[in-house]
Design a protein around this ligand. Structure first.
Ligand code: UDP
Length: 339
């Protein structure tokens, strides 16, 4: 790691990388870069390189993890072992677990989760090269990947950090500012300025915090323009795609049904093999306001689903979200064995 610089901002008000205090690093995005994902985005922001992939909505297995009245969003932030100077040990860590959790929560207020009860949307954010601000970079890429996957959202989410160096607030920290600065405040927000993520490392005054929010809003506004431009570029190229007539009514519920039906077909074999564990059936409280029928046609399994407690389900998830892939794989293997 390089040594702490004597000064972060020179006499002309410029930072070590030549930016002004309120300037973000150059950002570029490419959409639809992965053919197997439902939506994807590759982002370069300064020296950060991040790939985001979205899968779903698809039916969630194992079923005990399903939410009766909404889709489950899973978000996995991961740094590649080679993404930083010192090799990172592969697999989840405290840091990646925390970032995955807060990033998932940054999207929950904007995704129209009630449209896909019992389903799951998986978001994978892979940091290929890290240079400060990777959690915000991942959120920006994931936001575009979600839109690319056609996930219904109230709007895009954009993210940026504000920090403090040499007693001054700076937008979008570079590596030395992140490592040696006095504060680091990553935020995510919607186009309406609704904050969906805020974290703080270090100290700022109340006044500085308010100022930081305003700086971040401006940074996110610029990022959102880049995100929108990326999406526009892709979708204006799709001239040959069939678009329904303006007069034609689009039946949203039929669209939702057909999406879930197609994902049900994909997992038909797994459904047959599924066996609920005794622990799960011990749970007593009923799921309220659920619409199990939309994802659960088997009557006996419906009864099992009604026995589940949604609070416990969420707790289950919180415990297990760190390593969802491995857990899924293990569960599926267990179920296969039992079957
Ligand atoms: N970093 C690193 N090794 C790690 C974690 C982070 O070298 O195990 C570097 C990486 O460049 C990252 C920066 O430290 O971007 C700042 O990390 P932080 O935890 O503040 O998260 P970020 O700013 O990337 O969201």
């Amino acid at each position: 790691m390089s040594d702490k610089p004597e000064k972060f901002i020179d006499e002309n008000g410029l930072r070590l990388d030549g930016r002004r205090v309120d300037e973000i690093r150059p950002m570029k995005m490419e959409i639809g870069v992965l053919s197997r994902a439902d939506g994807s985005c590759y982002l370069e922001w300064g020296k950060n390189k991040v790939l985001a992939a979205v899968y779903g909505p698809r039916e969630l297995h194992p079923r005990r993890m399903q939410k009766a009245d909404s889709v489950l969003i899973r978000y996995r932030y991961n740094m590649a072992a080679f993404s930083v100077e010192d090799r990172i040990r592969p697999g989840p860590s405290r840091r990646s677990t925390e970032i995955s959790k807060v990033s998932r929560e940054a999207f929950e207020p904007v995704v129209l989760t009630h449209l896909y009860p019992g389903a799951v949307i998986d978001v994978f954010a892979e940091v290929l090269q890290a240079d400060a601000g990777t959690r915000t970079a991942a959120i920006n890429a994931a936001s575009v990947a979600l839109a690319d996957a056609g996930i219904p959202m109230k709007g895009l989410v954009s993210a940026c950090a504000v920090g403090k160096v040499d007693g001054q607030l700076v937008l979008d920290l570079n590596k030395p500012e992140d490592n040696y600065g006095d504060a680091d405040i990553p935020m995510a927000m919607t186009s309406d300025g609704e904050i969906t993520l805020v974290q703080m490392d270090g100290d700022v005054t109340q006044e500085e915090f308010k100022q930081a929010i305003e700086m971040c809003k401006e940074g996110c506004r610029q990022i959102m323009e880049i995100q929108k431009e990326t999406l526009r570029n892709k979708f204006t190229k799709l001239d040959d795609v069939e678009v329904p007539d303006e007069d034609e009514d689009v039946d949203v519920s039929a669209l939702v049904e057909s999406t879930l039906e197609s994902s049900e077909d994909d997992v038909e074999d797994e459904e047959e093999a599924e066996v609920e564990s005794e622990d799960d059936t011990d749970q007593e409280e009923e799921v309220e306001g659920g619409d199990e029928d939309s994802v659960d046609e088997d009557e006996s399994e419906s009864e099992d689903a009604e026995d589940l407690d949604s609070v416990e389900l969420v707790e289950d998830l919180e415990e297990s979200f760190t390593d969802v892939d491995e857990e899924d794989a293990t569960d599926d293997e267990d179920e296969d064995e039992k079957a």
